[in-house]
Design a protein. Structure first.
Length: 163
């Protein structure tokens, strides 16, 4: 969570947030992973007709994890894989896909798939939905499915920050 935009170890070297405000208004630095996991959990109700993998809108399975690797943007002096040096963040299941919606005209998107993501984004008050955050793929029946990803800027502290 320390590698998110505006966090202390962000690999893009964006300026640090002086007040904890995230890149999008209404979000806080170091909370993106929590929002990613929350989006998955809220898309996958315990009871319902959708499968565990697909959920309502199709958010891929996402979990909070702790890991260490030398290629992470670690603080100086950190080189061990001890628990205290491990990073915490979200890990999302890789979904086979044909690319993002940026690469395909919107006429190819099934209306029902667009509606599911729209309803989900309204529910989540998603502040960062764009064509690059939706993957396209094929369902078991061979039909086009949309796979929403990147939910680190949903569930803002207040809704007024979206306007």
């Amino acid at each position: 969570m320390d590698e998110e935009p505006m966090a202390v170890n962000n690999p893009q070297q964006l300026p640090l947030s002086s007040d904890g405000q995230g890149l999008k208004r209404g979000t806080r630095v170091r909370e993106g992973a929590i929002r990613e996991v929350a989006a998955y959990l809220l898309d996958h109700p315990k009871n319902g007709s959708k499968s565990q993998v697909m959920g309502f809108a199709g958010v891929p399975p996402t979990a909070m994890v702790r890991s260490f690797h030398k290629v992470y943007n670690n603080p100086k002096g950190v080189s061990s894989c001890s628990t205290k040096d491990a990073k915490v963040g979200s890990l999302q299941m890789f979904m086979k896909n044909d690319g993002s919606c940026e690469d395909i005209g919107p006429g190819a998107f099934p209306v029902e798939e667009v509606h599911k993501i729209s309803v989900f984004d309204i529910r989540m008050a998603n502040a960062d939905r764009h064509a690059g955050n939706i993957l396209t793929g094929k369902g078991k029946d061979g039909k086009t499915v949309l796979i929403p990803i990147d939910h680190g800027y949903c569930l803002p502290e207040n809704v007024s920050s979206l306007y």
